[in-house]
Design a protein around this ligand. Structure first.
Ligand code: PLP
Length: 463
């Protein structure tokens, strides 16, 4: 038996006869207090893992996973084997290389004209992106978070107001509501789409509710018609958080054209990403667009005439020029993402993991491909060992974030979001990745699951 790097079989053999004092002694010498301690912290329990096993608190398969993981973490990461197929989560270097000449030309244009602040490229990009979203107005800002906040402010939403959003989103959705001065009110998500559960929406409305902020999470649109119908009946504003959904469609219509206004992020790894931060509010409402225009630029309508309080949230002209170039490629890039998603779907069908599903009315932009696996952390670790990067979006739902403890939510309030947090795993997916890389990821997952199935049963996560 190797003393420093136990295999699953080593540990299993050892644990088969756990009642014997000898095997406990051997287990301790194999794992060591340090490894056991790490595993324990991961298990979040107070007792030694051995005792937890004996008490039946952890299963043999969980224990094996924890131990192997703890050992692996204690060891230095091995260098990639020669010829091994590495799969990054996204590959912005490859993306840039594919359009470098166009980007260089766009940057030179801005530099040549020294047109840096709210220049012509910002104006053109606003028009082009609004048209892409099938809406009328676009106002470029410095991030998706600012876009969400300024969209709320443009509709007069602020202190004393409540805004309803999904418990499973990136924290910026809720932070934007708080920055506007309002209170985020959370609703659980629909397990089929991971977007706000429309059945629970009305129950969250109070006399203070002013807006609903559905999130088109992972690029999949929220079910907008019932949301808009509730909003119409209750006199509420609907601001789409479309930060992950450039080019997605709901019943044939583009996200961004569905609510009173929508916010997009151009964070570099988004489907349409800048070479830095950026965002945009799009809207069919000229007054809302004009209000955002003022708010992003010191509250001024004319230079040095400030109608309202406002800050500096402008979109950088260089970023706008770069984004104009990338917008020309977006449809093709999104099509590549859909093709990759289809390949995952095909190759992972029948595996004991839950795959993302598109609702009948949805065309996802596949910003992320988030599967659900009962033993997510071990799967992620095995993929990492093979040079495959993954992500978790998101490990802690908004209501359980420390920053929001004053909202008064508790564990158990949003069971679907909480369940997702423990199971979701985003697989590599980006236009620059090859189908060979995607196939390799699927194959590696299949191999891992086959190995797991050959031993203890693995629950298929409930949809
Ligand atoms: C759903 C969602 N909302 C808001 C944001 C905030 O966008 P940004 O990072 O550009 O501020 C993001 C970005 O990651 C997001 O994914």
């Amino acid at each position: 038996m190797r003393a420093l790097d136990p295999t699953i079989r080593d540990i299993k053999e050892l644990l088969e006869d756990l009642d014997s004092a000898e095997s406990i002694r051997r287990y301790r010498s194999l794992v060591g207090d340090n490894g056991g301690g790490q595993a324990l912290r991961r298990g979040g329990e107070e007792a030694h893992l051995n005792e937890l096993l004996l008490m039946g608190i952890v299963s043999l398969s969980q224990m094996v996973d924890l131990l192997v993981e703890a050992r692996r973490e204690a060891l230095p990461t091995p260098p990639p084997a020669a010829g091994r197929l590495e799969v990054p989560f996204v590959d912005l270097v490859a993306q840039h290389a594919s359009i470098a000449a166009e980007i260089d030309e766009a940057i030179s244009r801005v530099m040549r004209d020294a047109d840096f602040i709210l220049g012509r490229e910002v104006d053109l990009f606003e028009r082009e992106f609004a048209a892409f979203c099938q809406t009328d107005y676009g106002v470029g800002v410095d991030s998706g978070t600012s876009a969400l906040e300024l969209a709320l402010r443009a509709f007069g939403i602020g202190r004393g107001d409540e805004v309803i959003t999904a418990a499973n989103s990136f924290i910026a959705t809720a932070f934007a509501i708080s920055s506007a001065g309002a209170r985020p009110v959370l609703v659980d998500v629909d397990p089929r789409t991971s977007t706000i559960d429309v059945e629970r929406l009305e129950g969250a409305i109070s006399p203070r509710t002013r807006a609903i902020m559905p999130v088109h999470l992972y690029g999949h649109p929220a079910d907008m018609d019932p949301i808009l119908e509730i909003a119409r009946r209750r006199g509420l504003v609907v601001i789409e958080d479309a930060c992950q959904a450039h080019g997605a469609r709901y019943k044939g219509r583009r996200t961004g054209s569905l609510g009173h206004a929508a916010a997009f992020s151009f964070y570099p790894s988004k489907n349409l990403g800048a070479c830095g931060d950026g965002g945009m509010v799009v809207s069919g409402d000229p007054e809302a667009a004009e209000a955002v225009r003022r708010l992003r630029n010191y509250g001024q309508r004319r230079k040095y005439h400030h109608d309202t309080l406002g800050f500096n949230h402008r979109l950088d002209t260089l970023q706008a020029a770069i984004l104009r170039v990338k917008l020309r490629h977006l449809e093709v890039w999104n099509a590549a993402r859909c093709q990759q998603a289809a390949l995952y779907g095909e190759r992972l069908a029948g595996c004991p993991v839950a795959l993302p599903q598109e609702a009948d009315w949805a065309q996802s932009a596949y910003h992320l491909y988030a599967i659900r696996a009962a033993d997510r952390d071990t799967l992620a670790a095995r993929l990492r060992d093979r040079g495959i990067a993954t992500g978790i979006h998101y490990p802690v739902p908004i209501h359980l974030q420390q920053a929001y403890r004053d909202l008064g939510y508790r564990q158990g309030d949003f069971p679907v979001s909480e369940g997702l947090a423990g199971q979701i795993l985003s697989l590599p997916l980006a236009a620059e990745l090859t189908l060979e890389q995607i196939g390799h990821v699927a194959e590696s997952i299949g191999e891992f699951l086959a190995l797991r199935n050959a031993t203890p049963p693995v629950a298929r996560p409930a949809l």
